[in-house]
Design a protein around this ligand. Sequence first.
Ligand code: ADP
Ligand code: MG
Length: 250
Amino acid sequence: MLLEVQDASKHFGGLVANDRVSFKVRAGEVMALIGPNGAGKSTLFNGISGVDPLTSGSVSFRGERVEYLPAREIARRGMSRTFQHVRLLPAMSVIENVAIGAHLRGRKSFVAAACRSERAEEARLLHEAALQIERCGLAEQMYEAAGSLPLGKQRIVEIARALAADPCLLLLDEPAAGLRYLEKQSLAGLLRRLRAEGIGILLVEHDMDFVMGLADRVLVMEFGQKLASGLPEEVQRNPAVIEAYLGGVE
Ligand code: ADP
Ligand code: MG
C-alpha cells in the first residue's frame, strides 16, 4: 500500500471542498479520480501533496503520516505531481525543465553534496533528466524550448519532470486535457509502462474512454464527497454515478 487517505476534509471559509474522503492507492495500480468541475479533485491533490494542507484528516504515504509535512518533504519521500495547468518555464529547453524535477528530489546527503563540484552535480541532474525524457519518448525534443512544443508534448514533459524526482507515486491532474486522440493513446501507453514498473498512479481525468480503458479502480467525487468507488465497470453501472456524472451518456 502506497497511499492511504482517511477522512480528508478541506474547508475554504464556509465552503467544504473536500468532505471526509477516504481511499487507498497501491503500488502498480492506476486509480482514477473523476467527478464534475468543482467536485474537489484538485483540492484533494493539493491536500495529499502538501501544496495546500487539509483542514482535517490523515494521509499515510509508505506507512508514514505526512499530512503535516511541507510539500517539498513529501516530494522528497517519493510523491510527485503535475498540476491541472501546465507549469513549465517556456523559454527553457525540455531537458532544463526536467532537470528541475531531478533537483527537487535532492542530494543524498550533505557530505556527499559537499564532495561534488557544482558542475558535477549539474551534469548528474542533466543526465537523469535525459534518461527520463527518453523514457517518455521525447528524446527528439530534448533541446527545444518547452514552450514551442504542442500541448500534448508539454504535458509529457511535465510527467518526465515528475519522474525525474524518482517517485513511487505519481499524482496527475488532468494529464489528458486538451490532447488529441493519438496523443492520448501515447499518454495511456506511457502510464501503462509506469504502472508495470510498479509506480502507483492517481489521476484526475474527464475522458471516460480514457479512464475506463486505463484505470484499475475509480473513485467518483461529487460536491467534495466520495460518491462511489470500485472497478471501472462497477462504477459505470452505478445509478448514482450515471445520474450525477455521466448525465445521460448511455
Ligand atoms: P475540481 O478540481 O474537482 O474541479 P476544485 O478542487 O478545483 O474542483 O474546487 C473545489 C471547490 O473548491 C470549488 O468550489 C472551488 O471554487 C473551491 N476552491 C478551490 N480552491 C480554492 C481556494 N484556494 N479558495 C477558495 N475556494 C477554492
Ligand atoms: Mg481540478
